[in-house]
Write a protein that binds this ligand. Structure first.
Ligand code: ADP
Length: 313
């Protein structure tokens, strides 16, 4: 197909993907998971959440370390398209290693499921933080955005486009460090000049060039980074409306408002990142030097920041 495939509409307002897992295919996770390859054992812990075709559980290994395991029923992988998507996700995710990207320990399997063991992000994601806090202060936004930009720089320098950067895919670990995850829509280019025309799935912060069925590349992640910064500072996504069609129209016509409360340098960065013409957006490594980052940035954040404005000196 020449054009991107957008199988079903989704609601960007709720930050939820359209895909609903078939309850019959839900993974049944035994209390003790035993790897069929090497016999290693893991105790099932609490349920962490569910995504498109996976459910996440805590798994405790024999050394008492706790991991987040993404569980995919093997039955679901019988469909070639699902399998290819999954293999692509694991392949890309396993090839990366960065402080601000969720690490994969290994893949385990038993007779019913595949388990991807990842580092546990015990403080959920920026989506829950934003829902709880509504909006964050500029120093916090700087703290968060610096880490996201650092991770995306790493990905782009390795020719990987994430393609679904959103608050819900930026996880928060126990030390309040961010970890970009969910490589379900990611792609690796053959060379830096390659441009993609297909995408199976619907990114939450979809860029105008994707909506207009034009070819896309790294710039879509820069766009999504702009949407993340806007949402963190303003408390709602830039193109949010109650109708999907209207939201798409606003994205295509670059119609968003900048609240007066937003600082001048933050506003400038948002405008740069959200440029309709993808070729006018800065490259992700240029974003690092934006004036916005000259301002105060805390080195760490207290866990209390998940719920209320932290006291920052
Ligand atoms: P999908 O790709 O199917 O959408 P996700 O990667 O979004 O699946 O994971 C589903 C849910 O599992 C997430 O929304 C989150 O609640 C939880 N989760 C995923 N990865 C981790 C992790 N590393 N640590 C803690 N929870 C996680």
């Amino acid at each position: 197909a020449l054009n991107p495939v957008y199988p079903k509409p989704f609601n960007p307002i709720t930050d939820k993907m359209f895909k609903k897992p078939d309850p019959k295919q839900h993974a049944q996770v035994p209390e003790l998971v035993i790897d069929e390859k090497d016999g290693s054992q893991f105790k099932r812990g609490k349920f962490l959440g569910k995504g498109g075709f996976a459910r996440c559980y805590e798994l405790r290994d024999s050394k008492d370390e706790v991991w987040a395991a993404k569980v995919i029923p093997k039955a679901m992988l019988q469909k070639t398209t699902h399998k290819e998507k999954f293999v692509n996700e694991i392949d890309i995710h396993q090839s990366v290693s960065h402080a601000y990207i969720v690490k994969i320990l290994k893949c385990v399997s038993d007779s019913n499921n595949m388990y991807i063991l990842m580092e546990l992000c015990s403080n959920r994601s920026l989506m829950e933080l934003q829902k709880r806090r509504s909006y964050v202060t500029e120093p916090e936004a700087r703290y968060f955005l610096k880490q996201i930009v650092s991770a995306v720089c790493y990905l782009h320098s390795n020719l990987i486009i994430h393609r679904d950067l959103k608050l819900g895919n930026v996880f928060i670990d126990g030390k309040m460090k961010l970890k970009v995850g969910d490589f379900g829509l990611a792609t690796r280019l053959k060379n830096a000049d390659e441009r993609k025309d297909t995408l199976c799935g619907t990114p939450n912060y979809i860029a105008p060039e994707m909506l207009q069925h034009r070819k896309h590349s790294f710039e879509v992640d820069v766009w999504a980074t702009g949407c993340i910064l806007y949402t963190l500072l303003c408390g709602h996504p830039p193109f949010e409306t109650t109708s999907l069609t209207e939201t798409y129209n606003r994205i295509k016509s670059n119609q968003f408002t900048m609240p007066r409360s937003i600082g001048a340098y933050a506003a400038q960065l948002i405008r740069d990142l959200l440029q309709n013409n993808e070729f006018n957006r800065p490259k992700i490594d240029q974003v690092k030097t934006a004036r916005f980052f000259y301002g105060y940035c805390p080195e760490s954040l207290p866990v209390s920041a998940l719920e209320c404005v932290p006291k920052i000196e």
